[in-house]
Design a protein around this ligand. Structure first.
Ligand SMILES: NC(=O)c1ccc[n+]([C@@H]2O[C@H](COP(=O)([O-])OP(=O)(O)OC[C@H]3O[C@@H](n4cnc5c(N)ncnc54)[C@H](OP(=O)(O)O)[C@@H]3O)[C@@H](O)[C@H]2O)c1
Length: 279
């Protein structure tokens, strides 16, 4: 294995907690021994940030890998998320406790509302505030919140979300720009999910050309673009060599004109569900 960075840089959240700029996403990775190995491998390579969710149904495997790594708990940043069917104050507290148990942890670094479910999301946020005040999570935030949802939240919250995790890559950048700007104005760090377009665009000629210019993979180009935008990234891979590749993004930078070129590739490509239009 080629040498990898020992320490991944981070972004400072609005409560001073540091979020490692690159994390391993584990969506669609089964709750099995291979996933334990993949997460363990990532931790051994230098990853210190893992992004899971109740609905991914692999929190146990993530927890097992963390335990096996023997890395001190305070050096690993774990995100998990409240699923749509668990909204409401009491249900949120219960769901949080269950996630904690499955992960085998005593606290979560970042707990997110996965989706702006209409109806009970205000109560759910109050529960996140309680969990945060009790020190049971080090930071709280949201996911798939568009500007309209964030405005509503900022209108009633006691604690401003630390992050907003949304789909972000060049092929959706302009369509998400208003939400990104709103996050920036309010000190909310955008976390880019599906930063590799779920693999859909990795063979696009423009990316291949830049990859060859910077002597990086096309995945590396997409990740570096996001980092230079100020987004944390959580690429998913189950392949050891790609897990490593996705961390090799701190030894080069993309020029301003190439950043511009990438930022203009927008075609409103939504690779998952689109939260735009959710009331
Ligand atoms: N909050 C939300 O609603 C939400 C929604 C979606 C995703 N997420 C989070 O964001 C994470 C990442 O998003 P994602 O899983 O949708 O997609 P992604 O990270 O954009 O792309 C993953 C795909 O790219 C491939 N890949 C990864 N690294 C590669 C490389 N270096 N070269 C070539 N191919 C590579 C992977 O295949 P292999 O595994 O075979 O390498 C996989 O097919 C998720 O795992 C999850 O943690 C959150």
């Amino acid at each position: 294995m080629k040498a990898l960075p020992l320490k991944v840089p981070g972004f400072r959240l609005n409560n001073d907690v540091l979020i490692p700029a690159v994390g391993l996403g584990v969506y669609q990775m089964p709750n099995d021994a291979y996933t334990v190995k993949a997460v363990y491998h990532a931790l051994k390579c230098g990853y210190r940030h893992v992004d899971t969710a109740m609905i991914y149904r692999n929190e146990e495997s993530v927890g097992k890998a963390i335990a096996a790594s023997l890395i001190p708990r305070d050096q690993i940043f774990v995100t998990t998320k409240l699923w749509n069917s668990d909204h409401g104050y009491d249900q949120t507290i219960r769901a949080f406790n269950e996630s904690l148990k499955r992960l085998g942890l005593e606290y979560i670094d970042l707990y997110l509302i996965h989706w702006p479910v209409q109806g009970k999301r205000k109560d759910s946020w109050r529960a996140l505030e309680t969990l945060y005040s009790e020190g049971r999570c080090k930071a709280i935030g949201v996911s798939n919140y568009m500007e309209v949802h964030l405005r509503e939240l900022l209108g009633h919250c006691r604690i401003i979300p630390a992050v907003n995790q949304i789909e972000l890559h060049p092929y959706i950048f302009h369509s998400r720009f208003q939400t990104v700007e709103f996050c920036r104005e309010n000190g909310i760090i955008p976390v880019a999910y599906s930063p590799l377009t779920k693999g859909e665009k990795l063979n696009e000629p423009v990316l291949l050309k830049l990859a060859s210019k910077y002597e990086k993979s096309t995945a590396g180009i997409l990740l570096r673009w996001a980092l230079q935008q100020g987004f944390a990234v959580i690429p998913k891979s189950s392949v050891f060599s790609r897990i490593e590749d996705n961390l090799r993004v701190f030894d080069f930078s993309i020029s301003e004109s190439d950043m511009q070129l990438l930022s203009n590739l927008d075609e409103n490509l939504v690779t998952g569900w689109d939260p735009d239009g959710t009331p």
